[in-house]
Write a new protein. Sequence first.
Length: 389
Amino acid sequence: MKFTEEQVAFRDAVRRMVQKEVAPIADEVDRNDRFPKELVQVYFDMGILQMRLPEEYGGAGASLTDACIAFEEVAKVSETAALMVAQGTISFILPLLHFGTEEQKRTYLPKMGEKPMLTAIAITEPQAGSDVGGMKTRAVRDGDDYVINGQKCYITFGAVADYVTVFAKTGEGRGTHNISAFLVDTRTPGFEIGKLDRKMGLNGIPDSPLYFDNMRVPAANRIGAEGDGFKICMRCLDMNRPTIGAVAVGLAQGALDLAVDYAKGREAFGKTIADFQGMQFMLADMAMQVEAARCLVYEVARVADEGFADDAAFHRFAARASMAKCYASDMAMKVTTDAVQVFGGAGFMKDFPVERFMRDAKINQIFEGTNQIHRLIIARQLLGDGLAA
Ligand SMILES: CC(C)(COP(=O)(O)OP(=O)(O)OC[C@H]1O[C@@H](n2cnc3c(N)ncnc32)[C@H](O)[C@@H]1OP(=O)(O)O)[C@@H](O)C(=O)NCCC(=O)NCCSC(=O)CCS(=O)O
């Protein structure tokens, strides 16, 4: 893993912004479960809100590696603030860029570079989480429109989004060949936001159910062909997963840094706890695990940035993207839990941010595909065409 000079300068700039804008509010945002909307403007001005938007549509055209750098830096202080970086990538840029028509790209993508804009992706339903093919939301063609009815749940940023990419059934029965994707303007009549979810962590991120009540969406807003929605959904998830790995690496590094500082200052039995070999081994293990995950995440991002020769190469990447997300998030759960242990009783209190880091770590093992699903994806590739080119 070697960053270019520009990437090092970018990382340092993000680091400075985090100290100025994120660190002072991170605990308050968690305590009050307050959406830090002031960061939307800060990120937009810095260009990291829309960083993955290609230059031809008014963005910075940043690579996946660049995005991972930003995610990692912000997550060292706050996962909530980190999830607002490159916010519209999975929900808006990736579906439109890879599956939209030229007209859709020209109409919608530049909006993201013009002013701060938030978007969401609506896949999960109360009875269809891992089993995307089991979704019940339906879109029925009616003239030049589709009429969408149904509900989604746990939709990150759904309550504050300007646009939501909604996946809905356009054919009969359970299955993965009858789902379609729609770009929905949230001012559309019939688009309703449910009560905000109360969560274990990620406080400040608005998550909520969304309800669609005879919501009429122009057929021109369907992304991709009718019935291609499942594959579009899978591809967008695959392409975004390394960023969750980067968030997990940042979170774990943040917890490790706090644990090291605390261990050097806390005294017991006449010396600092960092002087005890038991503590040294624990901190060394934490550092080793963070570094291993970081190498995996940035290697997978590098592969994506180089592009894919064919579909087989993409599938090998997708399995490795699952490894990066799964390994890094399991690691972050362990490292943040160990960081709390280093702090002892103080770590269990809300006086130090390590307990927040531990609570926030949990979601990374669940969202964007549970880590059980990721093991399934890796095993299918391993036992199928294999992981090597
Ligand atoms: C569990 C899954 C990995 C697979 O589901 P299925 O077993 O139901 O489907 P398959 O038989 O594997 O595939 C059906 C069909 O699709 C093609 N396919 C599969 N994967 C891909 C892919 N990665 N890219 C392209 N195409 C793909 C496959 O070849 C088959 O095609 P043919 O029939 O051969 O033509 C999957 O359901 C899964 O990943 N589940 C996890 C869902 C998930 O990650 N959810 C997270 C939601 S987003 C989130 O959490 C953020 C919060 S929020 O705001 O919502």
